[in-house]
Design a protein around this ligand. Structure first.
Ligand code: F6P
Length: 559
């Protein structure tokens, strides 16, 4: 199937129907919708793959949802989902399919790329990951001095970093004492230095995670790690005991000195930000063991099946994607917050930020024409409750509308007495406070009842009033465990896809990051003293380069 070009979303009759419908919602604040309809919560709650989405606190009625799902059908969403799973080349600028779903499929059902079934290679890689992680975790994999591995350092950036980082922390309760997993991404030398400071080269294993094996930051850190190992008693011949790689560019990994049997494959048809499910997930397997990693895949697969099979009205990623577009394009909301009430999920917003913003930060449609209206929102967030004492003020009383996803496991692995009830109470309170707000009149009356003089109550009330009517989703699960984590991350991958389909953009390329990389290379040459390379630069950049050189020169003269 070739995906047909679509007219701009906001020029469709389905969108016009939503715009016409919107004024009705202005007269119906959320608290009133709840008062009128006691069945609103059960009706607007959906369970799939171990996750429950309560979307009742959104600015929608049944009619809004009908109009939104009609929009989804008119944009060909179900057909696009099929095309995704079948491996059609939806990444049209790189002429590739996006088959992260094939990495977590539980059966041997063939999936073809260029006429070849990719599933045997996926299964074989999982088997290799299993042997490798068992050997390291079991202590059979020995380092240069014959000791077992105590620490694994994963070196990678972007999609080769954020997914495994998020999952390793999320699954901390499932980790054994050995090996400890560390992550290095930043090219600021502080990152790798601080990580290596307390490690022993004889018992440390490095995983170089890079689909391309050309990423400047990753290679710079990998070279530091290599030298640290050699300086710490290692040798060229023993590098193979301490370095493994995950890459689609095996040749470059071999040139780096990594033995062929320690190179795990990546494929063109897996995008970096969708690669947690590939061998890029190896640090997670090392941390929690391969059976747990397979449970993570199974949870994601359960969400895939739901996404592929459920009709739009009962489809969790579709509902979430449609609601996001409703706020972004219908209400002008510029950002979207993700706030997990689970300390172990503290890296989730970072991962989703890359997933969504690198995917949907696009300005043209599939056919190259300018996209209208706005695409991907700014994704941000952090762990609840910490944000309540920081940025939640803006959520409650700021002038912008910020839809929020709250994520809440209903049980916690940590038995500290009473804390989980407090965490849960805070999460539910935030969702309710955003929804009901507090009117000026309510504030005034309460103040007067407490003895505040009326004039003073009138003066203060506007500052203390909270508008309310601010939307949120509440995503719950019984327990945060590998399967529910897999389902959660897959849910957001599909939500991102839904929105891209509605806007008719390609979520699987990322040309925007290339220009910065190119210019970065040019500037690095200039910083390193290549006088010729800064002649084409603007005066501000050239001026800063001159300053850098001067300050560095002074520092080395005085040092
Ligand atoms: O920052 C852009 C990017 O291309 C991401 O999409 C990717 O995940 C990351 O760089 C790292 O790339 P690689 O895995 O090739 O080192």
């Amino acid at each position: 199937m070739t995906i047909p070009s679509l007219p701009p979303l906001t020029e469709t009759s389905e969108w016009a129907a939503l715009v016409n419908h919107r004024p009705q919602l202005e007269e119906l604040p959320l608290r009133e919708l709840f008062q009128r309809d006691p069945q609103r919560y059960p009706r607007m709650t959906l369970t799939a793959a171990g996750l429950t989405l309560d979307y009742s606190r959104n600015r929608v009625t049944d009619q809004t949802l009908e109009l939104l799902t009609a929009l989804a059908r008119a944009r060909g969403l179900p057909e696009r989902v099929e095309a995704l799973f079948r491996g059609e080349r939806l990444n049209t600028t790189e002429n590739r399919p996006a088959l992260h779903t094939a990495l977590r499929q539980s059966s041997d059902a063939p999936v073809h790329v260029e006429g070849e079934d990719i599933i045997p290679a996926v299964s074989a890689t999982l088997t290799r990951m299993e042997s490798f992680s068992n050997a390291v975790r079991g202590g059979e994999w020995r380092g240069v001095s014959g000791e077992a591995i105590t620490d694994v350092v994963s070196i990678g950036i972007g999609g080769s970093y954020l997914g495994p980082l998020t999952a390793t922390h999320a699954l901390a309760p499932f980790q054994s004492d050995r090996p400890r997993c560390h992550y290095v991404a930043n090219v600021d030398g502080e990152d790798i230095q601080a990580t290596l400071k307390d490690l022993n080269p004889a018992t440390t294993l490095f995983l170089i995670q890079s689909k391309s094996f050309t990423t400047q930051e990753t290679l710079a850190n990998a070279r530091v790690a290599r030298q640290w190992f050699l300086d710490g008693g290692g040798s060229e011949a023993t590098i193979q005991h301490h370095f493994a790689a995950v890459t689609a560019n095996a040749e470059r990994a071999r040139d780096f000195g990594i033995a062929g049997n320690s190179i795990f494959p990546m494929w063109d048809w897996v995008g970096g930000r969708y690669s947690l499910w590939s061998a890029i997930g190896l640090p997670v397997a090392l941390a929690v063991g391969m059976p747990r990693f397979r449970e993570l895949l199974a949870g994601a697969h359960a969400m895939d099946q739901h996404f592929r099979q459920a009709p739009p009205e009962h489809n969790m990623p579709m509902i979430m994607g449609l609601l996001g577009v409703w706020y972004l394009n219908g209400f002008g909301a510029e950002s979207h917050a993700v706030i997990p009430y689970d300390h172990n999920l503290r890296h989730l917003p970072e991962h989703l930020q890359q997933l969504d913003m690198e995917s949907n930060g696009k300005s043209v449609c599939q056919d190259g024409s300018p996209v209208r209206p706005h695409t991907g929102p700014i994704i941000w967030g952090g762990p609840g409750v910490n944000g309540q004492h920081a940025y939640h003020q803006l959520l409650h009383q700021g002038t912008r509308l910020v839809p929020v996803d709250f994520v809440l496991p209903l049980t916690n692995h940590n038995p500290v007495d009473g804390h989980h009830a407090m965490l849960t109470a805070n999460c539910l309170a935030q969702a309710r406070a955003l929804m009901i707000g507090r009117s000026e009149q309510q504030v005034r009356e309460a103040m007067i009842a407490q003895g505040t003089p009326e004039a003073e109550a009138r003066r203060i009330a506007p500052h203390r009033a909270i508008p309310g009517n601010r939307p949120s989703n509440l995503l719950t699960m019984e327990r945060l465990e590998p399967a529910t984590l897999g389902a959660l991350i897959a849910l957001y991958e599909h939500r991102t896809f839904v929105q891209a389909a509605l806007w008719d953009i390609n979520p699987f390329d990322q040309w925007g990051v290339e220009l910065g990389k190119e210019i970065g290379g040019q500037i690095l040459q200039a910083l390193n003293g290549d006088q010729g390379s800064d002649s084409a630069l603007d005066s501000a950049t050239a001026g800063q380069i001159a300053r850098f050189r001067a300050v560095q020169g002074e520092a080395s003269a005085s040092g």
